[in-house]
Design a protein around this ligand. Structure first.
Ligand code: ZN
Length: 125
């Protein structure tokens, strides 16, 4: 944080919420918000949400993911690539097959919880 951020903001619209200045030093920088926004954009796609729901609960190979979500393997691969680039998925190769599952990171756990909570479901056994 810079000293500039700690200075009172001149011309605040009203003083009811003047204490907003207290939290401004903790406001993340724009890059951090951009990164968060990219994650939200990734999970804002219904097809990717469906794939994520599956991979939150099982490790599945590309062809079986395609069958489960009723999409072509190339379309599924495209979504998997984006989700993996964002660090939400991990993959491993076994023979000719690539298997995907949710990454074991705090962000991925949050996405799992969000998917379950927003869909209002319990984790399947
Ligand atoms: Zn779950």
């Amino acid at each position: 944080m810079t000293d500039k951020q700690k200075m009172p903001i001149a011309g605040l619209h009203c003083h009811q919420c003047g204490k907003v200045e207290e939290i401004l030093p903790d406001m993340p920088d724009s890059l951090t918000f951009e990164k968060a926004s990219e994650t939200f954009q990734l999970i804002s796609d219904p097809a990717r949400l469906r794939i994520l729901w599956l991979l939150c609960h099982r490790e599945v190979c590309v062809n079986n993911i395609a069958l489960c979500v009723n999409m072509s393997a190339p379309a599924v691969s495209h979504h998997l690539r984006l989700l993996k680039q964002a660090g939400l998925l991990t993959s491993r190769r076994e023979g000719k097959e690539m298997y995907y599952k949710l990454a074991q990171t705090p962000e991925a756990s949050l996405v799992h919880k969000a998917v379950d909570d927003i869909l209002d479901i319990k984790c399947p056994a």
